[in-house]
Design a protein around this ligand. Structure first.
Ligand code: UT7
Length: 325
């Protein structure tokens, strides 16, 4: 038994925050941001939108493409680091809005690798026969935890969501192999200090701006390139594939220079690498499913194509996945 993707969907909030807008907010320039990151603009959710709203919009589109109803879902996994609440899970809120009454629902916290970890987890449930239809969502409202006065990090992030519907199949298609890895010893390189059990909500949290993202960009950058290269090689080797077998490479959209460096190390030709970071910035767990949905709807993915998905993020947590379409 394997799991194949039968529907994809994504949602991006309407509001665009351009590099020019950022020039008015912090000491930076459009040119610096484009040269160092490849980002031109990012989306910002409206005040009345929550992560569950973003997740719902992407999920509706994925279910419509899949041609199944929410009631057919047995499992819902939402990958997010910006849940509506610490609890209950955003997946439960999504289940309620979708009226997916037959699904068990839970969140996964694996930062930018969340969608890959979610797909890999759903795939395991499907392979055991416990689940027939699963919905995996990456949804992030990072603009609410970005430290806007911090020019070292504020330019990178954006809001958005993407979803995929998986269905059990006995054909030799769908998710081929998954590779997942974590190294918690580097947790301080990228994290949100509060609110949580170490730093519950308090005046101190607000005064010290502990409720916003802390990132050591340079260190993350170096580790990301090495880890994503390794993850890609591991997952290709697991299936007996070579880079030449890959029709489309969808890396996590963290920084254009990271994407280019990995593409070069893996020797994937440029036209096979999917890039949309210029329009959305880094949307963490949502970046891969947004890219997957865009590529799918644009007709860039053909039946039998081999896809390589590859991500890296806070945790540290990273992973890669191959899919026969
Ligand atoms: O999904 C995983 C999440 N995170 C990542 O993947 C982040 C990975 N890291 C990065 O993308 C990059 O490290 C950044 C884009 C965050 C920074 O780029 P960098 O090339 O590593 O720059 P840097 O931090 O080494 O800074 C270079 C210079 C510094 O000035 P000095 O010390 O050389 O005079 C910074 O102060 O650029 C300065 N700088 C800026 N200048 C204009 C830093 N941020 C800005 C800015 N505008 N926004």
């Amino acid at each position: 038994m394997r799991s194949r993707i039968i529907g994809t969907g994504s949602y991006l909030p309407d509001k665009i925050l351009s590099n020019r807008d950022l020039e008015q907010m912090v000491d930076t320039t459009d040119e610096w941001i484009i040269t160092r990151t490849g980002i031109s603009e990012r989306r910002i959710a409206a005040p009345e939108e929550y992560t569950s709203t973003l997740a719902f919009n992407a999920s509706e589109r994925a279910l419509a493409m899949a041609g199944i109803s929410a009631e057919d879902l047995d499992l819902i996994i939402v990958a997010t680091v910006t849940p509506d609440f610490p609890f209950p899970s955003t997946a439960c809120l999504l289940q309620s809005r979708l009226k997916a009454v037959n699904a068990v629902a839970f969140d996964i916290s694996a930062a930018c690798s969340g969608f890959i970890f979610g797909l890999a987890t759903a795939d395991k449930y499907i392979r055991t026969g416990a689940v027939k239809n699963a919905l995996v969502v990456g949804a992030e409202l990072l603009s609410r935890i970005v430290d806007w006065p911090d020019r070292n990090s504020c330019l990178l992030f954006g809001d958005g969501s993407g979803a995929a519907v998986l269905q059990a199949t006995d054909a030799d298609v769908g998710i081929m192999d998954a590779f997942m890895k974590s190294d918690g010893s580097f947790w301080e390189l990228l994290y949100q200090p509060a609110p949580g059990s170490r730093n519950p909500a308090s005046q101190k949290v607000l005064d010290e701006r502990l409720n916003f993202i802390r990132m050591q960009g340079n260190e993350v950058f170096k580790l990301a390139v090495r880890a994503m290269e390794d993850a890609a090689n591991q997952v290709l080797a697991a299936g007996g594939f070579s880079v030449d077998d890959v029709a489309l490479f969808i890396p996590h959209q963290a920084n254009r220079r990271i994407i280019d460096a990995i593409g070069k190390r893996l020797a994937v030709s440029e036209e096979k690498v999917y890039v949309n970071i210029d329009r959305y910035g880094n949307t963490s767990s949502a970046s891969i499913p947004i890219a997957l949905d865009e590529a799918n709807r644009a007709g860039r993915i053909k039946r039998d194509d081999l896809l390589l998905l590859d991500a890296f993020g806070g945790g540290l947590a990273w992973g890669a996945l191959t899919i026969r379409w």
